[in-house]
Design a protein around this ligand. Sequence first.
Ligand SMILES: [Fe+2]
Ligand SMILES: [Fe+2]
Length: 284
Amino acid sequence: MAVGTAWCKPEAVEEMGPFWSSNPISTIPWVARYSLSNPRGSAEAPRWLQLFAGYLLGHAPNCTHFPGPGSDSSIIDPEVERRADVATPMKPPIALPLGELVPSPHLFGHGSTLHGQSHVARAMVHAFCLIDATGWREEAPRLWAAVYIHDLARTHDGVCYRHGGDAVNKLKTLPHLQVLFGLGGVQDSDYPFIHTAVVHHSLPNELDKDHPHWRLTSLLKDADGLDRVRLYDLDPRYLRNPQAREMVDFAQALFDETDGVVPVGDGHFAELWPEAMRLRGGLR
Ligand SMILES: [Fe+2]
Ligand SMILES: [Fe+2]
């Protein structure tokens, strides 16, 4: 494969999201699995297949460089990638439609403005920015999944040490989420990392820094911790990664300008993300 064209993704198939693949043979079973497990998938599958067919026929030659699930990003020329980063705004590191990247409000066990969809969506923005800032792109799919589920099992807004463990158990009852995570690049081998991170995010003790799952756990806790601006008690000294400590002003601006402004619902993240990138650009 030519340098710089790995997972070359035409802008015109951006909407195709979960069914994006450079291999048509592998696309069809993904569409079938997603359609069977998610009512929204069955409604939208024909349009995604149509977009994909258009791409195969040679339409839409403009490409972005972000690697998709299963790609070998090591073959991308770093200089090509650097120039692309300068020229294009940051995209989420998960090749799915924006609306699929955060949970719908109905998935939360407890309707809350403190720990509901808008909080998780801001934590997701911080998670993706941390991936970009640290360069730890291999963490992206499992960090996405960990942020996605971390507060789904809360039953109240108070101090709670068990909702991380409960979230891991809740995921086992939601097969369509497991399929979605697979479409977003989560591998079976990622789940022990995700479980550790999600369980520990709600525990008072810190994971040992030598633990093999520390990096993902620290990213989840920092992404979650940055949104403590909503509680007016973010202390940057408690953030684990230096890149997170550089994001405090951004976290404050994101909360101030979007909380209660961007409506919750299935379109929440699609509206929040460009606003977050606008704010991020303004603070640089
Ligand atoms: Fe939590
Ligand atoms: Fe949280």
